[in-house]
Design a protein around this ligand. Structure first.
Ligand SMILES: [Zn+2]
Ligand SMILES: [Zn+2]
Length: 382
């Protein structure tokens, strides 16, 4: 059943912020399960189902998150359920995460929560680091705001079904930097008549790459990766008049990221000024670090232990980023990995496909967490 659902969602693959058909499919499916409420259009195409407990009075509200979006990566292999959107496919396994949370919805439709409520959130635009922020800023989220938030991500390169957990920082903070430099073109025979950004681009690449070395201590893990640079045009007769440099900054901690952001910006301004260039810059795709709360981690670990799942506690945070950190900034929560197999193709690789055998494990784990936070009646109370 859930394998069929996962494959259907795989076919629907849509890019971040454009998850219209996927959201419609999910909300129709949820409506069919008759929850207390289905909210659509949260932060764009976000969808949430609310299941309330049967005991009167306030109780904890728990939110489980799945992601709606796919990636601009074509399918690397042929399957019967291949993406129907050209050049776009589910190479991060968000189809699987949605199927897991839909399985939890089926379970909640069949039995009653004791006290409190459960929100199943299908969030848009995770891959571009925007979706969680859009959801949180949407006024519809005011009524859904939970006391606890939980989310998982399948992780290739780890033993199948293993729970990969960490207290404190789980995934790093990161941000993209775009810098445009503008001088003036001239004849290539007379570069001194123009203002070429060539030296500035060379200096910027070196200066950005050196930031972690000279601006952070050994324990303050950080990286600056220059990901793109372009200078003028391929015309032998022209000395260039404009350029662009892009880099990704990351750090385990948000305060370290803020510090290296400031440093990168002041260095680039100094370089542009020295070369008499106009500079425009912007920060894009900002992800806060995902910080797990100890009490939430304990719920997850107790649930995993109860199910006999292997738990691997990570010594260091993951270097990649997740927009789940937007929730855990203000809400107690935990985010963890679910091993997709040591040899499974990596996330975002064209040959990646979500391993269906993980669906039941993911859903059981969420069920056990909910049992601990809100509790279940033995049978459906109507
Ligand atoms: Zn991804
Ligand atoms: Zn993902």
């Amino acid at each position: 059943m859930n394998v069929t659902l996962r494959k259907k969602l795989h076919e629907l693959a849509e890019l971040s912020g454009r998850e219209k058909k996927t959201a419609e499919f999910v909300s129709n499916y949820l409506q069919g399960l008759d929850p207390d409420e289905v909210v659509t259009g949260i932060g764009g195409h976000g969808v949430a189902a609310v299941f309330n407990g049967v005991e009167p009075g306030p109780g904890p509200r728990v939110l489980l998150r799945a992601e709606l979006d796919a990636l601009p990566i074509p399918e690397g292999a042929e399957f019967s359920y291949a993406s129907k959107t050209p050049g776009v496919s589910h190479k991060c396994g968000h189809d699987g995460h949605m199927a897991i949370v839909l399985a939890v919805a089926e379970m909640l439709a069949a039995r009653s929560i004791k006290k409190g409520s459960v929100v199943l959130l299908f969030q848009p635009a995770e891959e571009i680091g925007q979706g969680a922020g859009w959801v949180i800023e949407d006024e519809k989220f005011e009524d859904l705001k939970p006391d606890w938030v939980f989310g998982l991500h399948n992780l290739p390169g780890f033993p199948f079904g293993q729970v990969i957990m960490r207290r404190g920082v789980f995934a790093s903070a990161s941000v993209g930097l775009k810098v445009k430099l503008e001088g003036a073109t001239s004849h290539a025979a007379e570069p001194h008549q123009g203002r070429s950004p060539a030296q500035a681009v060379a200096q910027a690449i070196q200066a950005l790459s050196a930031v972690p070395q000279f601006q952070t201590a050994l324990h303050e893990a950080s990286k600056v990766t220059v990901i793109h640079a372009r200078l003028g045009a391929p015309a032998f007769g022209t000395s260039p008049g404009e350029a662009e440099v892009m880099a990704t900054l990351r750090a385990h901690r948000g305060d370290v990221l803020d510090r290296i952001k400031d440093k990168c910006m002041s260095m680039l301004q100094a370089i542009a000024m020295a070369e008499n260039l106009k500079m425009e810059s912007s920060w894009v795709e900002e992800f806060p670090s995902t910080v797990n709360h100890d009490d939430a981690v304990e719920y997850v670990e107790a649930a995993a232990e109860h199910l006999g799942m292997d738990i691997a506690r990570q010594d260091v945070p993951f270097p990649w980023s997740e927009d789940f950190g937007n929730y855990t900034k203000n809400i107690r929560g935990a985010f963890w990995g679910l091993g997709a197999g040591l040899k499974h193709p990596a996330l975002h690789h064209p040959n990646y496909d979500f391993p269906d055998d993980l669906l039941d494990r993911g859903a059981s784990l969420f069920e056990e967490i909910l049992r601990r936070v809100v509790g279940f009646e033995d049978r459906k109370v109507t």
